[in-house]
Design a protein around this ligand. Structure first.
Ligand code: AMP
Length: 249
């Protein structure tokens, strides 16, 4: 079966104003709205469009993390994923562990494509897709802003510093999504009801033969320094005088 694996990470909603814990050991997540990582919504939207074109038959959404991740997997099912796999763990999941766990699911599911977000907005690592492609030994096309599947190849337009780069990769492959790839659909109420009946499997990392390891130690979190107040100027002349006064022109 032509299958697409899409990863869905649970992160603090992008609208939330992040607050650092008073002791600097992390950010406050208690009582904070959590959502699907925005780049992962884009990944799922792209998988749905590929399936709607008749180029894939099944979409499997995967999330790794604590029990609450099932909320985000239900959102993915409501958006249109066919089934979900939750790798349940309370351990800290770094990109290396996420990639190893995804590889195990890939070996089981044999997808034609694994679509991930280019980065998770909580850790901003931008590593998991690249690590997964290396472990899987398959091509990667990261920061995708256009994806076209034809036969056993995908043509992917990538957003790179110099502009746009077009790559052709053999399938199966890993694709990671950039912001301009698509605009994810809204979930409708009947779809939320239908999603409750879709299959959601839970597995432990040990059942996949992986024990997540923590290789990184976060030493300290600090909130960004406060921006100083702006100054209103009447016209361009006053702007130049103010900039000159600061030695900026
Ligand atoms: P990162 O390398 O941490 O910036 O994450 C890049 C992408 O990997 C994310 O957008 C997700 O698609 C995927 N990913 C990373 N960690 C997880 C996780 N714990 N559960 C599901 N997907 C993940």
């Amino acid at each position: 079966m032509k299958r697409i694996l899409v990863s869905i990470k649970r992160v603090v909603d992008y609208n939330v104003r992040i607050r650092v814990k008073p002791d600097g050991t992390g950010v406050i997540t208690d009582g904070v709205k959590m959502s699907v990582n925005p780049f992962d919504e884009i990944a799922l939207e792209e998988a749905l469009r590929i399936k709607e074109k008749g180029l894939a038959e099944e979409i499997v959404a995967v999330s790794i993390g604590p029990a609450d991740c099932q909320q985000q997997l239900r959102t993915a099912l409501a958006m249109g994923a066919d089934r979900a796999v939750h790798v349940q763990t309370d351990a800290a999941i770094e990109p290396g562990s996420a990639a190893k766990l995804m590889l195990k699911l890939i070996e089981r599911e044999q997808p034609m494509l694994a679509i991930l977000g280019k980065q998770a907005i909580d850790d901003d690592c931008n590593q998991t897709g690249q690590m997964l492609a290396a472990l899987w030994g398959r091509p990667q096309a990261t920061f995708a802003s256009k994806v076209e599947i034809s036969g056993d190849k995908a043509q992917v337009t990538r957003e790179v510093d110099a502009g746009l780069e077009v790559l052709e990769v053999d399938l199966p492959a890993v694709i990671t999504t950039d912001l301009r790839l698509n605009e994810p659909r809204y979930v409708k109420l009947p779809d939320i009801m239908k999603a409750k009946k879709k299959p959601l499997e839970t597995v432990e990392p040990s059942a996949l033969g992986v024990s997540p390891v923590e290789r990184l130690k976060a030493v300290k979190f600090d909130p960004p320094s406060q921006r100083s107040k702006g100054v209103m100027v009447k016209d361009v002349g006053e702007l130049f005088t103010a900039l000159r006064g600061k030695g900026l022109v």
